[in-house]
Design a protein around this ligand. Structure first.
Ligand code: EPS
Length: 390
């Protein structure tokens, strides 16, 4: 079983992640992990914070001589901004510390500020927003990069692209080659495969930048190379589509998840939605004439690409702040604003890739097991032979 958790506050010393369950012998390509972390920091519409940070994962355990050793992995990503917050968020209490605290008592509508403060009984949203911050996705991307490296050993690739920013939507399907190219392209402002649509997306971001507003959008994650049979229809909590939905929904600002074209499918006739089955003699595999199911049937992979979309609401921190009620005085005030991103759809896609990778790596390990990569591969190859003879 692959398990991971993260810790760390947005302006604390560091983010950390703990990963357990990866077999020994997985090649840990530091350059690849660094690149994934860098990709998450990019995108048109990011705020000033990304000019401060330069995310890099430092491995503290579980990796030796460039490979996993089957022991729990601990990693750390420094928050460079910490040096500006050391006085405001000290670990130990000290005299006068209260004076340097950056209180936030005007909770932002849409943020975790108020609900979290009530939950933990703080009359200040600072500690809540520190942990609720999407900065935490940096740790997930590092974990996802490890999962991708594991999946790569079995020929599985995971990519993503932007389908919509605000009111602007990509109105045609993107090809696999286009999506992989946009993932390689570190200059692409919004990671949309269509240049004309991307230009309109950029104008949408410019519009909200000027207006002091924010935009959401849709990202799509595609995983290619998976065998049929991952996940399980047997129990509700073993269904892979359910696990992916939770994984994507847990990304900050995501408020909807779609597998394949599931949302559109709900308004169509069955004959228009199901993907017809055929047999590909050359590959000795069953496949489909279309992939509206997004590679999952009954919570099990069917060998097609797994396609998952995340729907992001607009960022809740607004320069043109909405009305709120102060947590202490209860008076109507404008919601707090310091600095913020106005669009994070491209970064959301990278975080989405990471979460999909972690879930798929988990599903692979559940099916094939193995304490070493050689053992996992043997089991995987045996299953491929079973499919050849199916
Ligand atoms: C975030 C607020 C901003 C974002 C942050 C998420 O941080 P700050 O308040 O320091 O400007 O930049 O995202 C990141 C730091 C990141 O690395 O993605 C929030 O409230 O969720």
């Amino acid at each position: 079983m692959l398990r991971f958790v993260t810790a760390g506050e947005s302006h604390g010393q560091a983010l950390v992640a703990w990963v357990s369950g990866l077999p020994a012998g997985v090649l840990v390509d530091m350059e690849f992990i660094g690149r994934e972390l860098h990709r998450r920091q990019l995108g048109y519409g990011r705020g000033g914070r990304q000019r401060i940070e330069k995310d890099q994962a430092e491995f503290l355990s579980g990796v030796r001589h460039g490979k996993t050793i089957g022991a729990p992995i601990a990693l750390r990503i420094e928050n460079r901004d910490w040096k500006n917050w050391e006085k405001a968020l000290p670990v130990e209490d000290s005299e006068g510390a209260e004076d340097s605290q950056r209180h936030l008592t005007a909770p932002r509508p849409g943020h975790a500020d108020l609900a979290g403060a009530q939950k933990f009984n703080f009359h200040d949203a600072r500690y809540v927003l520190e942990r609720a911050s999407a900065r935490e996705t940096a740790a997930r991307v590092a974990v996802g990069a490890l999962a991708k490296l594991f999946l790569r050993e079995f020929g599985v690739t995971i990519v993503s692209h932007t389908i919509a920013v605000g009111h602007v939507r990509l109105e045609r399907p993107a090809t696999w080659d286009e999506i992989t190219a946009i993932c390689e392209d570190l200059e692409s402002p919004l990671r949309c495969v269509d240049p004309e649509t991307q230009a309109r997306m950029k104008a949408e971001v410019d519009h909200v930048l000027r207006a002091g507003d924010s935009v959401g959008g849709i990202f799509e994650v595609v995983a290619r190379g998976l065998p049929p049979g991952l996940g399980n229809h047997g129990q509700w909590d073993e269904k892979l589509d359910g696990l992916l939905a939770q994984a994507i929904m847990s990304i900050q600002a995501v408020k909807g998840v779609e597998i394949g074209t599931g949302i559109t499918n709900s308004g169509s006739y069955g004959s228009e939605v199901q993907d017809e089955i055929r047999y590909d003699n050359s590959r000795k595999r069953f496949d489909r004439s279309s992939n509206r199911a997004g590679g999952l049937e009954g919570g099990i992979t069917n060998g097609q690409d797994v396609v998952v979309r995340g729907y992001l609401k607009p960022i809740s921190t607004l320069r043109r702040a909405l009305l709120t009620a102060d947590m202490n005085t209860k008076e109507a005030v404008k919601a707090a604003y310091e600095r913020s991103d106005v669009c994070v759809v491209p970064a959301g896609g990278v975080a989405g890739e990471a979460m999909v990778a972690a879930m798929l790596a988990g599903a692979m390990l559940e099916k094939f097991g193995g304490d070493s990569i050689e053992e996992t591969r043997r089991n995987f190859d045996g299953y491929q032979r079973q499919l050849d003879n199916f």
